[in-house]
Ligand binder design. Structure first.
Ligand SMILES: Cc1cc2nc3c(=O)[nH]c(=O)nc-3n(C[C@H](O)[C@H](O)[C@H](O)COP(=O)(O)OP(=O)(O)OC[C@H]3O[C@@H](n4cnc5c(N)ncnc54)[C@H](O)[C@@H]3O)c2cc1C
Length: 396
């Protein structure tokens, strides 16, 4: 056998699995290999918003996020047609925004610094489990391992090999980077969505989530985060659609994003727009077969917001424990992995988020969205605090 554990994919879920395994089962460490098809620092389409839970999970690995270039959003504002509720966490930032190329590269360097082997530029083409182990076919030949972790993202080859026929729930997502301020003479006029709230551009440290597209059957929101690129202040915009309302007639995603950006003085056509799917969690998602388990987007991210970085780090914690115990018992069926995930603090937040997504998006009427984001503020904040955030410190 070439390796005990091969992790396919060097994003946050794969690197978290490797770092947690190295910590709880150091004897396995020399026999762990992580395969990444790109070379760090590699581009990754993502707004880079890190919640408190991501920070807690990284702190527990003795990693200091201040080493990664970032900007803080002190407030998160949830909006519906220019009014809504603001979330502020006492004495700290509400969101830390990183660029994924830098964050993932930093995490990979930390893993290598702790003695973990990462091979870059290796694309896995096939994953074939058998009774004694798993064969992995790559562009550069075949490898074998006792156990394989599929950390290869929403479109990953691992999931497609082990569950070729399983239903896949994916969100459509578009993203755009712009300078932090609108151009002085915008070529577009403010649209019929209302005036820009007073002082909007004076509030650099605010991350906006605007749910105005929901009544148009886009089950998601437009975001607008402060960020930086090579130290220059920028904004990252995007639109997220879970596809929960896919059976109804919907406008083009680009149209709704352009509408919001034009309201704020930006012309979408002047910027490069990119898209990528996010596979979200559903309680019916399969997560393992004997000798192979899935983590991160391959297993399922948050359905409400498409938040996946903290979730990916959380899957790594649970997968590492599962693998460590399987080597102790010399039993690799992973029959209990899905249940372990579902029963964990991570699973509880994912189930809660799945239920909330199926409440707030199908109830798509304008009056309900106004009620939710403007009038039910204390209830929304309580629910968010209890079910969406604060799971990181409870995960084992
Ligand atoms: C537009 C957009 C914006 C987002 N914004 C946010 C946000 O603000 N906050 C947040 O928390 N989440 C956000 N997300 C979600 C987040 O990006 C993902 O949930 C997260 O990246 C999942 O991590 P992962 O490690 O599972 O997968 P990935 O980060 O996708 O990593 C998978 C890795 O596997 C590698 N790989 C793939 N196939 C192979 C192969 N065959 N062989 C070898 N390697 C392979 C890839 O190169 C990649 O490095 C966003 C997603 C999108 C699309």
């Amino acid at each position: 056998m070439d390796y005990d554990v091969i992790i396919i994919g060097g994003g946050p879920s794969g690197l978290s699995t490797a770092l947690h395994l190295q910590r709880i089962a150091p004897q396995l460490s020399p026999r762990i290999l992580l395969l990444e098809k790109e070379h760090y620092p590699r581009p990754k389409l993502c707004a880079g918003g890190l919640t408190l839970d991501a920070e807690i999970l990284l702190e527990r690995l003795d990693l200091n996020l201040d080493e990664v270039p970032h900007v803080f959003a002190d407030d998160i504002h949830f909006d519906f047609e220019s009014k809504g509720l603001t979330v502020r966490i006492p004495k700290r930032h509400a969101l830390r925004v990183i660029r994924r190329a830098e964050f993932d590269h930093w995490l990979a360097q930390k893993a290598e610094g702790r003695g973990l082997e990462i091979r870059e530029g290796i694309t896995v083409r096939n994953v074939i489990p058998d009774t004694d182990g798993v064969a992995i076919e790559t562009g550069q030949g075949q490898l074998r391992a006792q156990v394989v972790v599929g950390a290869d993202g929403s479109n990953g080859i691992t999931r497609r090999c082990i569950f070729p026929k399983a239903a896949v729930y994916t969100a459509r997502v578009l993203e755009v980077l712009t300078p932090s301020q609108p151009p002085p003479n915008p070529t577009v006029v403010l649209s019929d969505l209302g005036e820009v709230p007073a002082g909007r551009w004076g509030r650099e440290g605010v991350a906006f989530f605007d749910f105005f597209p929901v009544p148009d059957n886009i089950a998601g929101y437009v975001w607008d985060f402060p960020t930086q690129v090579n130290g220059a202040p920028m904004r990252c915009w995007g639109i997220y659609d879970t596809n929960i309302l896919a059976n109804s007639k919907r406008p083009q995603l680009k149209e709704s994003l352009a509408r919001e950006m034009s309201r704020l003085g930006f012309d979408l056509d002047r910027y490069e727009i990119q898209g990528y799917p996010i596979r979200w969690f559903s309680p019916e998602n399969e997560m393992s077969v004997p000798r192979v388990l899935l983590v991160g987007d391959a297993a399922g991210a948050d359905p409400i917001f498409g938040e996946g970085i903290s979730i990916a780090l959380g899957y790594g914690t649970i997968a590492a424990r599962e693998i460590s115990e399987s080597f102790r018992r010399r039993e690799f069926s992973f029959g209990g992995y899905r249940l372990r995930v579902l029963r964990s603090a991570l699973g509880q937040t994912l189930i809660a988020r799945w239920i909330i997504a199926f409440l707030i998006y199908p109830l798509k009427w304008r009056w309900f969205q106004i009620l939710l984001w403007r009038f039910l503020k204390p209830i929304v904040i309580l629910f968010a605090w209890l079910f969406v955030l604060n799971w990181g410190k409870r995960i084992r």
